[in-house]
Design a protein around this ligand. Sequence first.
Ligand code: OXD
Ligand code: MN
Length: 647
Amino acid sequence: MPELIEQSKIISANGCGLPQLHKLRQDNCGLYSHIRGIPTSYGDVSSLTAGVRSFVEEAVALCQPDQVHICDGSEQENKMLIKTLLESGTIVALPKYENCWLARTNPGDVARVESKTFICTETREETIPTPKDGVKGTLGNWISPLDMEAAIQQRFPGCMKGRTMYVVPFSMGPVGSPLSKIGIEVTDSAYVVASMRIMTRMGASVLQQLAKKEEFVRALHSVGTPANGVVEQPSWPCDPERTIILHKPAENLIVSYGSGYGGNSLLGKKCFALRIGSTIAKREGWLAEHMLILGITDPKGVKKYITAAFPSACGKTNLAMLNPSLSNYKVECVGDDIPWMKFDSQGVLRAINPENGFFGVAPGTSVETNPIAMNTVFKNTIFTNVASTSDGGVYWEGMESSLAPNVQITDWLGKPWTKESGKPAAHPNSRFCTPAAQCPIIDGAWEDPAGVPISAMLFGGRRPAGVPLIYEARDWTHGVFIGAAMRSESTAAAEHKGKVIMHDPFAMRPFFGYNFGDYVAHWLSMEKRGQVPKIFHVNWFRKSDAGKFMWPGYGENSRVLDWILRRVNGEPCYVESAIGRIPAAGELNLAGMKEQIDVEQLFSLPKEFWTQEVEAIRNYFETQVGADLPASIYAELDKLKGLVADL
Ligand code: OXD
Ligand code: MN
């Protein structure tokens, strides 16, 4: 029998202060206790601060799990989680590699669900701009506080019956950095816990930090159970019909139900670091963005840091891990998805990567496109929805050249697969979830609590027509306009169908935590707060009339970074164009390239294309953002229209 060692009072979840008996028992496995009458199967209740306890109590009362597990982030705990996941069939081992696992989701739960993602504020206008009459807004979804409460009450009561509730303390950013923030995710998915352990700093050290200053984002997650009680795939419970992802910035609260997939369930990433993060950043005067961070050292040994915002699955991870073709350049990776950026006391914009791992899109990642990622992901990694091979490894589209001969492939659905099937073996949004620290080119300063100084910011997307390889904004306001006017071909990271060119301002469209018009005003205001970096727009994806990519991309993108660095250093290596500054003749270093580059075509600005582009941007701004968009952005658009007319 466990020995009763302590009784203490805890404050009840509803804040009415009812004292409760809180029993701590101990046996030879460690500390045991109850929370609201539910036993804790792992972890130490006394390590929870009062605020965390009250959040957990509230979640227990609502979700009624069978037991509570308080995560400490230890190796021993991870082993237990992996065992649980293997037993439930959620993951299988990949014996070809060290400590690697493959999860297959329910095929109905494979991507972020933007249409079911909501921000909750008192008024609609705080969350989204008011679209023109009759136009459907595409800059986020609003929910009222009453409807949010109703959505929770319709889904959560008793949703964790028969399951373990995990309490996951996590830090976004190095534990204790002045730029970092803490969250507590409560979840009924062991897969989420194992993934959060990779993607964030998770466990006991975070609780210790909270004990010094109790400030945290609450994140409640359940994979849910369908209303008819039937879980179709017990290895991946979910409730796609009723999936909902809710954010309440005023209370730093995230509530997610029904999906176990990536951004819907690893709540530190899109929900916290971007949506709630952008609202905190607005309040506190900094930026939370959808960008990679890289360090680049030039042949003289001068190092600069650059961020780049591309929509999901447009090559952020590839650029973050660039293998430069230009000799004597070195790229090091700070992060591949999100920077938090704040001016320091000297007015220098400094960025941290709030994440601890890479949750990268697998298909297209290969020894040819991203050898660094391929050298990163084959240990300590959880793969999701990739295909598997009969020699105990993984496979996805793009890995053809590294496939061992005579292996059989099983597709992401668990069915035998051959090329002849005509279907992809891996789901197009299949992922690797891998620790950043094991990236061979991880930057020496990637965990610097002070962050790294940012000299340039890039915007970009997949633009098959009309948009040149690189152009530079004339000034900050022009740069903010370029970010606001971003468009890109849609990708598989979300639930969109087909290859349409979509507006994706700042690559943040699915991730704004507040009204996009106010977001742009906040960006404009940064100029008053410190030394703003130079802004550029890049497009690696322009195609010729024959449908061929005009620029080889990947390592050759170092040539574009070279020009950017020279501009950052103030070299006059540009000429003005209608849309911004482009490299002057001969200033883009093409020496030694294998491919013949048609520079004239690559930088051409077809009048008809740009006339239509200006109209598309105007239509978007006027119908989606209207009066919420700052006047200076409309003024930039008018300026562009005038310049395009003269082409
Ligand atoms: C991601 C995304 O997962 O942007 O990073 O979808
Ligand atoms: Mn992303």
